[in-house]
Design a protein around this ligand. Structure first.
Ligand SMILES: Cc1cc2nc3c(=O)[nH]c(=O)nc-3n(C[C@H](O)[C@H](O)[C@H](O)COP(=O)(O)OP(=O)(O)OC[C@H]3O[C@@H](n4cnc5c(N)ncnc54)[C@H](O)[C@@H]3O)c2cc1C
Length: 449
């Protein structure tokens, strides 16, 4: 079957890049469907504050895998002072938006962007028909799902409906999280990862002078980047997670932990694919939290701000588990169990912000499209419930266990198969490979992008 038209559902970084990469091949026409007002930026590069910086150096943030210097050349023309460092995410969003606009201008007959929410997908002949919430229908020979992460779960112990409306922020990316707060208030952030860092910076930037308490099971928070000499390694993959940990300890002593983590990076996808389910489960249970804070590091200037907030007593990171939350006067009474203790502690806070991190359990998703796709047996969760199960070619695997060559998924929701598929360098490679597959042709040139 020939593929003349590909519909991409979700126009964040992954979907937009998928569309751009299709244009860069001798490929089919593309329709990019995005429910937000603006396509191309997604969650990470639109809802940011100027203080929110990329956590990857500019040299590694090109959107185009065949042209590693592309982002830095773009920056050189617009914000030369930022080259080589950690640019604001909003500026990276401008870069992506410009790339997409340029692609549309160069090939208006081959790329259409539709604003709307895809709510259903049915097989029609050898292709697909997508239903949008406004009643429109779009037919395509192949569909790429690029929905991004699912929003964070409501943490156990919180009954959001029972709390005053402004006391619990379920999803940190929308609205003003500092509205109505005073210097006497305490804000509890659930989670101590990258989202917590964003929230602390945002509250600080909005003038919140009160105290922030971040609560997570282990109380781990992202480590800082530092200038390290690049280190490469010709590595024989360790046979299991314990051996990997041992390897990391040895290499950390030899080259420092940052270089040791970076060295393993080219192998992580292969290690994950080679590991059996028991091994992957073991990694998730025991090592994931440690891996995440060392692997996904923050810019040094962000780390400095966080350190000074901690030193001033304005940010405290606590290891523990939330037990219960109840409305109390003008705030909330929070009970939590500190790690390693039996007794509960009590905290009175004005607001709780949920930063428990993106999740991928399809069966808990309330997204109409994903629910219908599961109901129709077109997608299924991967065995570890990290996202949508796909083959190593990013083809979606249905409830019958069969891959569908013309229904694909890209981005973080494919982490069950690839694990290392969250950051730009990984997603750009994946969308490039999917474009090659759907174009069934060799790449012929950059088309001026
Ligand atoms: C806060 C944050 C900061 C990050 N910082 C970095 C960084 O510095 N460096 C780095 O390399 N990586 C970073 N990442 C990781 C990475 O860049 C993102 O994971 C990546 O942007 C994922 O893009 P996405 O398009 O898959 O998802 P999203 O950005 O979530 O986009 C998905 C889009 O799909 C749309 N959508 C979903 N369902 C439908 C539907 N049914 N119909 C229509 N539209 C739909 C949504 O509206 C959304 O716009 C960051 C991620 C986050 C969240």
């Amino acid at each position: 079957m020939t593929t003349d038209h590909v519909a991409i559902i979700g126009g964040g970084f992954s979907g937009a890049l998928q569309a751009i990469n299709l244009l860069r091949h001798q490929g089919p026409r593309a329709t990019l469907i995005e429910r937000r007002g603006v396509a191309g930026r997604g969650v990470a590069y639109s809802a940011a504050h100027p203080d929110h910086l990329l956590n990857v150096r500019t040299g590694n943030m090109s959107a185009l895998p065949q042209d590693p210097g592309h982002f830095e050349r773009w920056l050189e023309r617009r914000h030369p002072g930022l080259v080589g460092g950690f640019a604001p995410r909003l500026i990276y969003g401008d870069y992506l938006a410009e790339l997409l606009a340029q692609a549309r201008a160069l090939a208006p007959d081959r790329l259409r962007v539709v604003q709307g929410e895809a709510v259903d997908l049915v097989a029609v002949g050898e292709g697909w028909q997508i239903a949008l919430a406004d009643g429109a229908r779009i037919e395509a020979d192949a569909v790429v799902l690029a929905p991004g992460n699912l929003p964070p779960h409501i943490p156990g112990g919180i009954d959001a409906a029972a709390l005053p409306a402004d006391a619990f922020v379920a999803e940190p990316w929308g609205g003003d999280i500092a509205a109505g707060l005073s210097a006497d208030d305490v804000v509890l952030v659930i989670g101590s990862g990258l989202t917590m860092i964003d929230i602390a910076l945002l509250l600080d930037a909005r003038g919140f002078a009160g105290r922030i308490v971040a609560l997570s099971r282990r109380g781990l928070s992202p480590r800082a980047h530092a200038a390290v000499a690049p280190s490469t390694l010709d590595m024989r993959p360790p046979p299991n997670a314990v051996a990997l940990l041992r390897h990391m300890r040895v290499r950390s002593r030899a080259v420092g932990w940052r270089a040791a983590v970076d060295e393993v990076r080219p192998y992580t996808e292969g290690l994950w694919i080679a590991a059996d389910m028991a091994e992957r489960r073991r990694f998730l249970r025991h090592l994931r939290a440690w891996w995440d804070v060392h692997r996904h590091r923050i810019a040094p200037q962000v780390a400095e701000r966080i350190a000074s907030m901690r030193a001033a007593g304005r940010l405290e990171i606590v290891a523990g588990k939330l037990a219960e939350v109840a409305a109390s006067g003008n705030g909330l009474r929070v009970r939590y169990r500190p790690r390693g203790q039996d007794a509960l502690e009590t905290l009175t806070v004005r607001r709780i912000i949920n930063a428990s991190g993106p999740q991928g359990d399809l069966l808990r998703s309330e997204e109409p499209l994903l629910r219908r796709l599961i109901g129709r047996g077109l997608i299924r969760p991967d065995p570890l419930h990290l996202g949508i199960e796909v083959t190593q070619q990013s083809e979606v695997i249905g409830a019958d266990g069969a891959p569908r060559p013309n229904l694909l998924a890209v981005g973080p929701m494919t982490r069950g198969t690839f694990w290392e598929i969250v950051a730009v360098p990984d997603i750009r490679r994946q969308t490039w490979a999917v474009a090659r597959k759907l174009s069934n042709a060799h790449w012929v040139g950059g088309e001026g992008l």
